[in-house]
Design a protein around this ligand. Structure first.
Ligand code: ARG
Length: 584
């Protein structure tokens, strides 16, 4: 698309008395009108003419010079529309996809700004909640796309592994020691944490004992350190299973504890700068939000001298800037923490750190469940494990019934173990897609029956289209291999139908969909693009025979188009973190 934009701008520029940027060419909402459009309203004043007349005159002036490059210009009301012809799309889209494969749409590593992403950040000794999945996959997806597009990306997991709760946990471990097995799991930690909270209702000494224990931990007490380390290790082992399942990685597991030695120096610095003041026994910084509104102060030290969540966030921001000199740092965290981030950023501003505007909170919405069992509970208190189980059960049911039905199974029946593997890939893909296809700032209405369906705008629908490409190429054997290096002339002489041209036109939009995703911080942009691509592929597949196309050349050309679709769709699924089943 970049090629087409540049060419049009170059031709348009001498005729208009305006500075033009690539984005001044818009994507028409209705694709049948054209691939790009130039709105002529802006010229109306300087030229003293009505926009439709300008569009008409421009079309006449540049039409002839763009035509040989495969771009057809046409006035439609106040718009100057451009349509790309198949030969140009084959040369500038299809061939580059075939040549660059999984590097398609990528830009050289570190050719763009440095961008830090913080996501996931679950709490040690607590179950992985469904809301953590949201921040995990939204963050991981944005980071993957940014990396693909050449940003210098760093990813961080800010584990909740520090705070007064570890004091209470230590007390609980001692208190219930005789009832606990030698090998502890995350579940044990969660259970005793809940139990100690119950006991606290009748035994007021626990609160104080917990605080003392945490103070000992902060003071470096060896025994407390050992207990704390054990809790972190047990939790991380469990979290890793989730990260593997959802193909999520991090450059750094720098939890809250990572900044522990920087908290006192930070407080000292703030005191010296005169911005840390006492307020009802606590040490706070008075802050405003970015738009200058008064907000509650940012508490950095509690009255008992213990550090707090926000203290560690301020220290973390300073540390990360020192290490990465980031141009941008995005925290992907639930919207219920909006005030917290305003306070943290407000503190950075009070410290007069010129890079503070580079920090942003990408606030994610909640999950809401249709399922009766879950809908009665508050969205955030549902564990990922429960949702995984729900999806897996449904996915197995769907896969089994598809396998049993003659209609939906064109290929050989799947074995039980194949079904198990595929059901797992479908469950993960379906959940990930349901999440990522929703605007991250919105709440997500989760209905397992709809999400796991092979029809509709779902993950399995995309996965199935990809699998279908694989199966066409597999069956074509050598012909599919030859198609990858088919010469331009033979492709141009073969691919002509509206369905083929439309599919090529959609393939051309991939990189733009990636940049739009990053600009808006919304993976739903890429998800929407992949749905368009899948729909276009469906039309092509219905209308254009591939194997019995009528001639070997036409089959080769169409196989090249299938291969390009597989590449872009596969790359899109990889970037969203969705598994790609071999068979379905
Ligand atoms: N551990 C926190 C939670 O589970 C999320 C941490 C978000 N990141 C941050 N830098 N505060 O709610």
């Amino acid at each position: 698309m970049e090629y087409f934009r540049q060419l049009i701008l170059k031709t348009l520029l001498p005729l208009v008395d305006l500075e033009l940027k690539p984005n001044d060419l818009e994507t028409p909402p209705d694709r049948t009108r054209g691939d790009l459009a130039f709105p002529c309203f802006r010229l109306s004043k300087s030229l003293g003419k009505a926009p439709p007349l300008i569009a008409k005159e421009l079309a006449e002036k540049i039409g002839a010079s763009l035509e040989p490059s495969g771009i057809h210009a046409e006035a439609a009301g106040p718009y100057l529309n451009f349509r790309f012809k198949a030969p140009a799309l084959i040369e500038h889209v299809l061939l580059p996809i075939l040549a660059s494969s999984t590097r398609y749409g990528s830009q050289p590593a570190a050719s763009r700004e440095s961008w830090v992403f913080e996501y996931s950040s679950p709490n040690v000794a607590k179950p992985f909640q469904i809301y953590h999945l949201r921040t995990t996959i939204v963050g991981a997806t944005l980071a993957r796309i940014a990396r693909h597009r050449g940003y210098q990306v760093t990813t961080i997991n800010h584990l909740g592994d520090w705070g007064t709760q570890y004091g209470k946990l230590a007390i609980a471990l001692k208190r219930y020691a005789s009832e606990l097995p030698a090998e502890l799991t995350l579940k044990h930690l969660v259970d005793i944490y809940v139990r100690i909270h119950k006991d606290m209702e009748t035994d007021p000494t626990i609160e104080k004992a917990g605080q003392d224990a945490f103070r000992k931990l902060e003071a470096g007490d060896a025994e407390m350190r050992k207990i704390w380390k054990m809790c972190v290790d047990i939790s991380l082992k469990e979290f890793q299973k989730t990260y593997e399942r959802y193909q999520v990685t991090f450059d750094h597991f720098w939890g809250e504890s990572h900044y522990e030695d920087q908290l006192k120096p930070l407080l000292t610095r703030l005191k010296k700068e005169g911005i840390l003041v006492e307020d009802q026994g606590a040490q706070v910084v008075h802050v405003t939000s970015r738009d200058g509104k008064e907000i509650p102060p940012c508490i950095l030290e509690k009255s008992d001298g213990a550090s707090i969540y926000a203290t560690r966030d301020v220290a973390a921001a300073l540390y990360r800037f020192e290490h990465f000199k980031f141009d941008r740092m995005s925290y992907i965290v639930g919207k219920e923490q909006k005030l917290h981030f305003e306070q943290v950023f407000g503190t950075l501003r009070a410290m007069k750190l010129e890079w503070e505007p580079r920090c942003e909170h990408i606030a994610t919405g909640l999950y809401r469940f249709k399922d009766a069992k879950m809908s009665t509970r508050k969205g955030n208190y549902i564990t990922l494990e429960e949702v995984n189980d729900l999806c897996m059960a449904k996915s197995l049911e769907v896969m089994r019934s598809r396998n049993a039905s003659e209609e939906t199974r064109e290929e050989a029946k799947l074995t039980d173990s194949e079904i198990q593997t595929i059901a797992e890939q479908v469950a993960v893909g379906a959940l990930v897609f349901a999440d990522l296809s929703t605007d991250p700032s919105r709440d997500l209405e989760f209905d397992v029956d709809r999400v796991i369906s092979f029809e509709g705008e779902t993950g399995p629908y995309l996965q199935y289209a990809h699998t279908r490409c694989l199966s066409i190429l597999r069956k074509a054997g050598d012909a599919a291999v030859r198609a990858k290096s088919a010469p331009l002339s033979s492709l141009v002489s073969q691919l002509k139908t509206p369905e083929e041209t439309s599919l090529l036109g959609t393939l051309a939009r991939f990189s733009e969909a990636l940049d739009r995703t990053l600009d808006q911080r919304k993976p739903s942009q890429l998800a929407g693009y992949l749905l368009d691509l899948t729909k276009d592929f469906g039309h092509f597949y219905r209308e254009c025979k591939v194997m019995n196309a009528g001639s070997a050349d036409l089959t080769t050309a169409r196989l090249a188009l299938v291969e390009a679709t597989r590449t872009v769709l596969g790359l899109g699924l990889d970037l969203l973190g969705m598994p790609k089943p071999e068979k379905m």
